[in-house]
Design a protein around this ligand. Structure first.
Ligand SMILES: Cc1ncc(COP(=O)(O)O)c(C=O)c1O
Length: 338
């Protein structure tokens, strides 16, 4: 099977496994795991942030960041397709007791103007806007990347209105690769950033939330309350260090492969449209067949992919999609008749 459902399906490479086995470990609740401490320092310094906290998942790092950045009765501004809203089990409402103002961005990318228009008035009737959150790359937007200039404008609005600014960077390294951008340019804009090592970077588990020392101290307290304090998790941190050292520079290969898949799909009679490829995600809408039925047909032929809405399906390239697997996938698509 050629598994194009998500970049989360990868298993550690033998070299990554070796790094995990060699990892020095300790009790991370006491901050005594050398591998976790090394990872946290490394990822914080990549983005020029003061500190980082290693956690089990991107959902956990997003939820921790939201809790650190808000108080109950506050409101969070984000796109209506943002992962923090659509795919985190309603967590921000239950964990942080906040409401949400949903915007309609271009492929999930909201603008400074939209943010400005949607800040609540200073009025007891309204939930107090306290946080803006953006996602880069935007999963539901087909891996679309933000324009750094627009993000800086949003930051200016945040500064002028005393709002915190969070980045869900589950696939931030894909965006940085695609746009050839400096991680520190992004690090300097946001109060908190969540980055994942278990998507395109190919680690089996793990995400980090980055911020100031004070915010990360608070984040550690919140993680504890979420039941996320862990012990000898340095074996996992070692995989993430290995991923940062070895799997970032290759991300452009995943992006090129996504383009090959999109080109194979584009003239098929069962495809209506494909969002232009920016990174490793292909989102296509179907013509004359439901995404569920198309995904089932692909499955019969050996491609696993994912229905993504009432009209769309998603394919994601990753570390395990070799040239051979890509060629095989293209052959299957070329020969697929509906
Ligand atoms: C944009 C985005 N943010 C956050 C997450 C959550 O990551 P996790 O699955 O590690 O909780 C995902 C998961 O795919 C994602 O796509």
């Amino acid at each position: 099977m050629i598994d194009l459902r998500s970049d989360t399906v990868t298993k550690p490479t033998p070299e990554m496994m070796e790094a995990m086995q060699r990892a020095p470990v300790g009790d991370d609740v006491f901050s005594e795991d050398p591998s976790i401490n090394e990872l946290e320092e490394k990822v914080a310094s990549i983005f020029g942030k003061e500190a980082a906290l290693f956690c089990a998942s991107g959902t956990m790092t997003n939820q921790i960041a939201i809790k650190v950045n808000t108080s109950p009765q506050d409101e969070v501004i984000c796109d209506h397709n943002a992962h923090i809203y659509r795919y985190e089990g309603g967590g921000m409402m239950s964990n942080s007791l906040v409401s949400v103002r949903l915007l309609n961005g271009d492929r999930g990318r909201i603008t400074a103007e939209q943010v400005l228009e949607n800040i609540s008035p200073d009025d007891d009737h309204a939930a107090k806007t306290s946080l803006v959150s953006v996602e880069n790359t935007m999963n539901k937007g087909g891996g679309a990347c933000y324009d750094l200039k627009e993000v800086k404008k949003i930051k200016q609005v945040c500064d002028e209105h005393d709002l915190r600014f969070h980045l869900d960077g589950a696939r931030l390294f894909n965006a940085l690769t695609a746009k050839n951008e400096d991680p520190k340019a992004w690090g300097s804009i946001f109060d908190t950033i969540s980055v994942c090592f278990s998507k395109g970077l190919g680690a089996p588990v793990g995400s980090a939330v980055l911020g100031t020392k004070a915010d990360i101290k608070q984040a550690k307290r919140v993680r504890k309350a979420f039941g996320g304090g862990w012990r000898q998790a340095g074996y996992l941190a070692a995989a993430c260090i290995y991923a940062l050292d070895n799997h970032v520079d290759r991300l452009h290969e995943d992006h090129a492969k996504a383009l090959v898949l999109a080109n194979a799909l584009k003239d098929k009679s069962f495809i209506d449209d494909i969002l232009s490829i920016e990174t490793n995600i292909v989102i296509a809408s179907c013509d004359g067949i439901s995404p569920q039925d198309l995904v089932a047909k692909m499955g019969e032929k050996g491609i696993l992919c994912f229905p993504f809405s009432k009209t769309e399906f998603r394919m994601v390239t990753h570390l395990e999609i070799t040239d051979e697997k890509l060629d095989a996938a293209v052959d299957i698509i070329n020969n697929l008749e509906i």
